[in-house]
Design a protein around this ligand. Structure first.
Ligand code: ZN
Length: 338
Protein backbone atom coordinates (compact mmCIF):
# COMPACT_ATOMS: atom_id res chain seq x y z
CA UNK A 1 0.00 0.00 0.00
CA UNK A 2 2.61 2.45 1.05
CA UNK A 3 4.68 1.51 -1.86
CA UNK A 4 1.83 1.94 -4.21
CA UNK A 5 1.06 5.32 -2.89
CA UNK A 6 4.61 6.36 -3.34
CA UNK A 7 4.59 5.11 -6.88
CA UNK A 8 1.48 6.95 -7.48
CA UNK A 9 2.90 10.25 -6.46
CA UNK A 10 5.96 9.70 -8.45
CA UNK A 11 3.82 9.12 -11.42
CA UNK A 12 1.69 12.07 -10.64
CA UNK A 13 4.70 14.23 -10.79
CA UNK A 14 5.45 13.44 -14.31
CA UNK A 15 2.27 14.25 -15.81
CA UNK A 16 2.79 17.83 -15.96
CA UNK A 17 4.13 18.22 -19.22
CA UNK A 18 2.52 19.93 -21.94
CA UNK A 19 0.27 22.66 -22.50
CA UNK A 20 -0.97 24.93 -25.06
CA UNK A 21 -4.32 25.72 -25.88
CA UNK A 22 -6.62 23.37 -27.14
CA UNK A 23 -7.20 24.71 -30.34
CA UNK A 24 -7.27 21.86 -32.52
CA UNK A 25 -9.54 19.66 -30.89
CA UNK A 26 -11.70 22.15 -29.70
CA UNK A 27 -14.82 21.41 -28.28
CA UNK A 28 -15.55 22.04 -24.78
CA UNK A 29 -17.31 19.35 -23.17
CA UNK A 30 -20.77 19.74 -22.25
CA UNK A 31 -21.67 22.68 -24.12
CA UNK A 32 -20.11 21.11 -26.89
CA UNK A 33 -21.96 21.71 -29.91
CA UNK A 34 -22.87 25.15 -29.38
CA UNK A 35 -19.66 26.60 -28.53
CA UNK A 36 -17.10 25.22 -30.55
CA UNK A 37 -14.84 28.03 -30.36
CA UNK A 38 -15.27 29.05 -26.99
CA UNK A 39 -12.21 28.72 -25.21
CA UNK A 40 -12.70 29.45 -21.74
CA UNK A 41 -10.09 31.23 -20.01
CA UNK A 42 -8.92 27.98 -18.93
CA UNK A 43 -7.87 27.43 -22.39
CA UNK A 44 -10.43 25.13 -23.39
CA UNK A 45 -10.25 23.90 -26.71
CA UNK A 46 -11.89 25.78 -29.25
CA UNK A 47 -12.96 23.85 -32.01
CA UNK A 48 -10.83 24.76 -34.65
CA UNK A 49 -12.01 22.78 -37.34
CA UNK A 50 -15.08 24.42 -38.18
CA UNK A 51 -14.57 27.84 -37.07
CA UNK A 52 -11.15 28.78 -37.65
CA UNK A 53 -11.07 31.73 -35.46
CA UNK A 54 -12.56 29.89 -32.74
CA UNK A 55 -9.56 28.65 -31.36
CA UNK A 56 -8.70 31.44 -29.45
CA UNK A 57 -6.46 30.14 -27.12
CA UNK A 58 -7.13 30.84 -23.67
CA UNK A 59 -5.46 33.53 -21.97
CA UNK A 60 -2.20 32.30 -22.74
CA UNK A 61 -1.47 31.46 -26.11
CA UNK A 62 -1.06 34.67 -27.55
CA UNK A 63 -0.16 34.48 -31.04
CA UNK A 64 0.45 30.93 -31.40
CA UNK A 65 -2.86 29.71 -31.52
CA UNK A 66 -3.42 29.11 -35.00
CA UNK A 67 -6.32 27.28 -36.08
CA UNK A 68 -6.22 23.71 -35.64
CA UNK A 69 -6.12 23.07 -39.18
CA UNK A 70 -2.53 22.68 -39.43
CA UNK A 71 -2.13 19.66 -37.49
CA UNK A 72 -1.53 16.98 -39.91
CA UNK A 73 -2.32 14.36 -37.56
CA UNK A 74 -5.65 15.75 -36.94
CA UNK A 75 -6.67 15.25 -40.41
CA UNK A 76 -9.14 12.58 -40.40
CA UNK A 77 -8.28 9.59 -42.37
CA UNK A 78 -10.56 8.83 -45.18
CA UNK A 79 -13.35 6.77 -43.99
CA UNK A 80 -12.33 4.09 -46.30
CA UNK A 81 -8.90 3.81 -44.92
CA UNK A 82 -9.83 1.58 -42.21
CA UNK A 83 -10.12 -1.12 -44.67
CA UNK A 84 -6.47 -1.36 -45.07
CA UNK A 85 -6.31 -2.66 -41.70
CA UNK A 86 -5.20 -6.17 -41.78
CA UNK A 87 -8.00 -8.48 -41.23
CA UNK A 88 -5.74 -10.25 -38.96
CA UNK A 89 -6.45 -7.74 -36.35
CA UNK A 90 -8.20 -10.26 -34.37
CA UNK A 91 -5.00 -12.08 -34.30
CA UNK A 92 -4.14 -9.83 -31.50
CA UNK A 93 -4.64 -12.30 -28.87
CA UNK A 94 -6.99 -10.79 -26.46
CA UNK A 95 -5.83 -12.92 -23.77
CA UNK A 96 -2.26 -12.02 -23.81
CA UNK A 97 -2.40 -8.99 -21.76
CA UNK A 98 -4.29 -10.36 -18.94
CA UNK A 99 -2.87 -13.77 -19.25
CA UNK A 100 0.65 -13.07 -18.40
CA UNK A 101 -0.49 -11.10 -15.49
CA UNK A 102 -1.14 -14.30 -13.78
CA UNK A 103 1.68 -14.15 -11.46
CA UNK A 104 3.02 -17.53 -11.01
CA UNK A 105 4.22 -17.63 -7.63
CA UNK A 106 2.68 -15.11 -5.54
CA UNK A 107 2.66 -16.09 -2.03
CA UNK A 108 -0.80 -17.03 -1.15
CA UNK A 109 -2.37 -18.89 -3.93
CA UNK A 110 0.24 -19.41 -6.43
CA UNK A 111 -2.21 -20.62 -8.86
CA UNK A 112 -4.49 -17.70 -8.68
CA UNK A 113 -4.11 -15.81 -11.78
CA UNK A 114 -5.09 -12.68 -10.12
CA UNK A 115 -4.29 -9.73 -12.21
CA UNK A 116 -2.98 -7.82 -9.35
CA UNK A 117 0.25 -9.56 -9.38
CA UNK A 118 2.81 -6.99 -8.65
CA UNK A 119 4.57 -7.63 -11.86
CA UNK A 120 2.05 -6.04 -14.09
CA UNK A 121 2.06 -2.31 -13.98
CA UNK A 122 -1.50 -2.43 -15.07
CA UNK A 123 -2.32 -4.25 -11.95
CA UNK A 124 -1.13 -1.47 -9.73
CA UNK A 125 -3.85 -0.24 -7.54
CA UNK A 126 -4.17 3.48 -7.63
CA UNK A 127 -6.43 5.34 -5.28
CA UNK A 128 -9.12 7.45 -6.93
CA UNK A 129 -8.17 10.83 -5.58
CA UNK A 130 -9.05 13.12 -8.46
CA UNK A 131 -11.87 14.02 -10.81
CA UNK A 132 -12.31 16.30 -13.79
CA UNK A 133 -14.16 19.60 -13.47
CA UNK A 134 -16.19 21.49 -16.05
CA UNK A 135 -13.07 23.19 -17.36
CA UNK A 136 -11.51 19.80 -18.01
CA UNK A 137 -9.01 20.44 -15.28
CA UNK A 138 -8.08 17.61 -12.96
CA UNK A 139 -8.76 18.45 -9.33
CA UNK A 140 -8.49 16.56 -6.04
CA UNK A 141 -11.61 14.95 -4.65
CA UNK A 142 -12.87 16.72 -1.61
CA UNK A 143 -11.08 15.53 1.43
CA UNK A 144 -8.60 13.40 -0.47
CA UNK A 145 -5.73 15.60 0.54
CA UNK A 146 -4.15 14.99 -2.84
CA UNK A 147 -2.03 17.83 -4.20
CA UNK A 148 -3.70 20.40 -6.42
CA UNK A 149 -0.57 21.44 -8.22
CA UNK A 150 -0.60 18.72 -10.80
CA UNK A 151 -1.01 18.41 -14.54
CA UNK A 152 -2.41 15.65 -16.71
CA UNK A 153 -0.29 14.67 -19.72
CA UNK A 154 -2.12 13.48 -22.82
CA UNK A 155 -0.87 12.50 -26.27
CA UNK A 156 -3.32 12.18 -29.15
CA UNK A 157 -3.51 10.62 -32.56
CA UNK A 158 -1.30 7.60 -32.23
CA UNK A 159 -0.08 5.05 -32.30
CA UNK A 160 2.24 5.98 -35.14
CA UNK A 161 5.81 4.93 -34.63
CA UNK A 162 7.75 2.77 -32.19
CA UNK A 163 10.71 5.11 -32.11
CA UNK A 164 8.62 8.06 -30.96
CA UNK A 165 6.62 5.99 -28.53
CA UNK A 166 9.71 4.54 -26.91
CA UNK A 167 11.34 7.94 -26.65
CA UNK A 168 8.24 9.35 -24.99
CA UNK A 169 8.19 6.55 -22.45
CA UNK A 170 11.90 6.85 -21.78
CA UNK A 171 11.22 10.46 -20.82
CA UNK A 172 8.05 9.71 -18.90
CA UNK A 173 9.86 7.00 -16.97
CA UNK A 174 12.72 9.34 -16.20
CA UNK A 175 10.21 11.67 -14.56
CA UNK A 176 8.05 8.95 -13.08
CA UNK A 177 5.14 10.21 -15.10
CA UNK A 178 2.08 8.54 -16.54
CA UNK A 179 0.02 9.82 -19.46
CA UNK A 180 -3.08 9.10 -21.49
CA UNK A 181 -2.54 8.10 -25.11
CA UNK A 182 -5.71 8.86 -27.05
CA UNK A 183 -5.57 6.51 -30.00
CA UNK A 184 -7.50 6.14 -33.22
CA UNK A 185 -8.96 2.77 -34.07
CA UNK A 186 -7.71 2.78 -37.64
CA UNK A 187 -4.15 3.23 -36.43
CA UNK A 188 -4.53 0.43 -33.93
CA UNK A 189 -5.85 -1.78 -36.69
CA UNK A 190 -2.82 -1.01 -38.83
CA UNK A 191 -0.31 -1.33 -36.00
CA UNK A 192 -1.61 -3.43 -33.14
CA UNK A 193 1.92 -3.98 -31.88
CA UNK A 194 2.32 -0.27 -31.29
CA UNK A 195 -0.73 -0.23 -29.03
CA UNK A 196 0.70 -3.19 -27.17
CA UNK A 197 3.93 -1.26 -26.79
CA UNK A 198 2.08 1.69 -25.26
CA UNK A 199 0.31 -0.64 -22.88
CA UNK A 200 3.40 -2.60 -21.95
CA UNK A 201 5.30 0.57 -21.21
CA UNK A 202 2.61 1.72 -18.83
CA UNK A 203 0.63 4.15 -20.95
CA UNK A 204 -3.07 4.60 -20.24
CA UNK A 205 -4.97 4.13 -23.49
CA UNK A 206 -7.83 6.48 -24.34
CA UNK A 207 -10.40 6.37 -27.16
CA UNK A 208 -10.06 9.10 -29.81
CA UNK A 209 -12.61 7.66 -32.28
CA UNK A 210 -11.89 5.21 -35.06
CA UNK A 211 -11.24 7.47 -38.03
CA UNK A 212 -10.46 10.80 -36.43
CA UNK A 213 -13.43 12.47 -38.01
CA UNK A 214 -15.45 15.40 -36.73
CA UNK A 215 -18.04 13.42 -34.84
CA UNK A 216 -20.36 16.34 -34.34
CA UNK A 217 -21.09 16.25 -38.04
CA UNK A 218 -21.95 12.59 -38.02
CA UNK A 219 -25.16 10.67 -37.45
CA UNK A 220 -25.81 9.10 -34.10
CA UNK A 221 -25.28 5.69 -35.63
CA UNK A 222 -21.88 6.67 -36.99
CA UNK A 223 -20.85 8.24 -33.70
CA UNK A 224 -21.75 5.07 -31.87
CA UNK A 225 -19.79 3.00 -34.36
CA UNK A 226 -16.73 5.26 -34.17
CA UNK A 227 -16.55 4.96 -30.41
CA UNK A 228 -17.53 1.35 -30.01
CA UNK A 229 -15.36 0.01 -32.82
CA UNK A 230 -12.42 1.70 -31.14
CA UNK A 231 -13.34 0.26 -27.76
CA UNK A 232 -13.53 -3.14 -29.37
CA UNK A 233 -10.21 -3.08 -31.15
CA UNK A 234 -8.39 -1.75 -28.12
CA UNK A 235 -9.92 -4.45 -25.95
CA UNK A 236 -9.08 -7.06 -28.53
CA UNK A 237 -5.49 -5.85 -28.74
CA UNK A 238 -4.50 -5.24 -25.14
CA UNK A 239 -7.25 -6.90 -23.20
CA UNK A 240 -8.69 -3.81 -21.58
CA UNK A 241 -11.09 -1.08 -22.55
CA UNK A 242 -10.40 2.66 -22.47
CA UNK A 243 -12.02 4.66 -19.69
CA UNK A 244 -11.26 8.05 -21.23
CA UNK A 245 -12.67 9.48 -24.45
CA UNK A 246 -11.62 12.60 -26.34
CA UNK A 247 -13.43 13.57 -29.55
CA UNK A 248 -11.18 14.61 -32.46
CA UNK A 249 -10.78 18.37 -32.56
CA UNK A 250 -12.70 18.50 -29.32
CA UNK A 251 -15.80 18.35 -31.47
CA UNK A 252 -18.16 16.18 -29.53
CA UNK A 253 -21.78 16.69 -28.59
CA UNK A 254 -24.34 15.36 -26.16
CA UNK A 255 -24.53 12.09 -28.03
CA UNK A 256 -20.79 11.46 -28.05
CA UNK A 257 -20.88 12.03 -24.32
CA UNK A 258 -23.75 9.63 -23.88
CA UNK A 259 -22.11 6.88 -25.91
CA UNK A 260 -18.84 7.44 -24.10
CA UNK A 261 -20.59 7.17 -20.76
CA UNK A 262 -22.53 4.10 -21.84
CA UNK A 263 -19.19 2.51 -22.66
CA UNK A 264 -17.65 3.37 -19.33
CA UNK A 265 -15.67 6.38 -20.45
CA UNK A 266 -15.24 9.91 -19.18
CA UNK A 267 -15.33 12.46 -22.03
CA UNK A 268 -12.83 15.26 -22.03
CA UNK A 269 -11.24 17.78 -24.32
CA UNK A 270 -8.37 19.63 -22.63
CA UNK A 271 -7.57 22.85 -20.77
CA UNK A 272 -4.08 23.59 -22.06
CA UNK A 273 -3.18 23.15 -25.69
CA UNK A 274 0.48 22.74 -26.52
CA UNK A 275 -0.34 23.85 -30.05
CA UNK A 276 2.09 21.28 -31.28
CA UNK A 277 -0.20 20.77 -34.22
CA UNK A 278 0.24 24.39 -35.15
CA UNK A 279 3.83 25.18 -34.40
CA UNK A 280 5.24 22.36 -36.34
CA UNK A 281 8.81 21.39 -36.01
CA UNK A 282 9.26 23.81 -33.12
CA UNK A 283 9.87 22.05 -29.84
CA UNK A 284 10.51 25.28 -27.96
CA UNK A 285 7.07 26.53 -28.95
CA UNK A 286 5.53 23.43 -27.43
CA UNK A 287 7.13 24.26 -24.10
CA UNK A 288 6.33 27.95 -24.30
CA UNK A 289 2.71 27.35 -25.19
CA UNK A 290 2.25 25.09 -22.24
CA UNK A 291 3.79 27.51 -19.82
CA UNK A 292 1.70 30.33 -21.21
CA UNK A 293 -1.44 28.55 -20.09
CA UNK A 294 -0.19 26.53 -17.19
CA UNK A 295 -2.31 26.30 -14.05
CA UNK A 296 -3.04 23.74 -11.38
CA UNK A 297 -4.94 20.83 -12.79
CA UNK A 298 -3.94 21.55 -16.39
CA UNK A 299 -5.18 18.92 -18.80
CA UNK A 300 -2.43 19.22 -21.38
CA UNK A 301 -3.03 18.30 -24.99
CA UNK A 302 -0.06 17.12 -27.00
CA UNK A 303 0.38 14.71 -29.88
CA UNK A 304 2.65 11.96 -30.99
CA UNK A 305 4.77 14.29 -33.10
CA UNK A 306 8.58 14.48 -33.45
CA UNK A 307 8.96 17.98 -32.05
CA UNK A 308 6.78 17.18 -29.10
CA UNK A 309 8.79 14.07 -28.37
CA UNK A 310 11.89 16.24 -28.56
CA UNK A 311 10.45 18.85 -26.20
CA UNK A 312 9.18 16.42 -23.61
CA UNK A 313 12.15 16.04 -21.32
CA UNK A 314 12.73 19.78 -21.00
CA UNK A 315 9.03 20.39 -20.56
CA UNK A 316 8.69 17.89 -17.75
CA UNK A 317 11.87 19.12 -16.12
CA UNK A 318 10.60 22.70 -16.13
CA UNK A 319 7.21 21.72 -14.81
CA UNK A 320 8.82 19.92 -11.92
CA UNK A 321 11.03 22.92 -11.28
CA UNK A 322 7.84 24.98 -10.99
CA UNK A 323 6.54 22.61 -8.36
CA UNK A 324 4.11 20.63 -10.50
CA UNK A 325 3.76 16.91 -10.39
CA UNK A 326 2.14 14.59 -12.89
CA UNK A 327 -1.17 13.05 -12.05
CA UNK A 328 -1.62 9.36 -12.70
CA UNK A 329 -4.64 9.09 -15.02
CA UNK A 330 -5.68 6.00 -13.11
CA UNK A 331 -6.26 8.14 -10.04
CA UNK A 332 -9.01 10.07 -11.85
CA UNK A 333 -12.50 8.89 -10.98
CA UNK A 334 -14.03 8.50 -14.42
CA UNK A 335 -17.48 7.99 -13.01
CA UNK A 336 -17.61 11.57 -11.79
CA UNK A 337 -18.96 13.64 -14.61
CA UNK A 338 -18.38 17.36 -14.33
ZN1 ZN B 1 -6.73 14.26 -32.55
Amino acid sequence: MWKKTALFWLAAGLVLGACGNAAEEAEPNGSAQTTETQTTDAGKPAESAQTAPAQQTPDTAEGTQTPDTAAPEETAPAAGTETDAPAGGDAAAPGTAGGDAAAPGTAAGEQTDTPDADNAAAAEEVALEYHMNANYDIVPNEGSGAPKKIVLLTFDDGPKEAKMINSMFDTLDKHNAKAIFFVNGYRVKANPDLLKLIDERGGIVGNHSYDHIILRKESDAEIKKQLEDTQAIVKETIGKSPTFFRPPNGAGNDYTEKVAKDNGMLSMTWSVGSLDWVNQDDSQAVIDNVFDQLHSGSNILMHELPWTVEALDELLTKLEAKGYSFVDPRSIDTTKQP
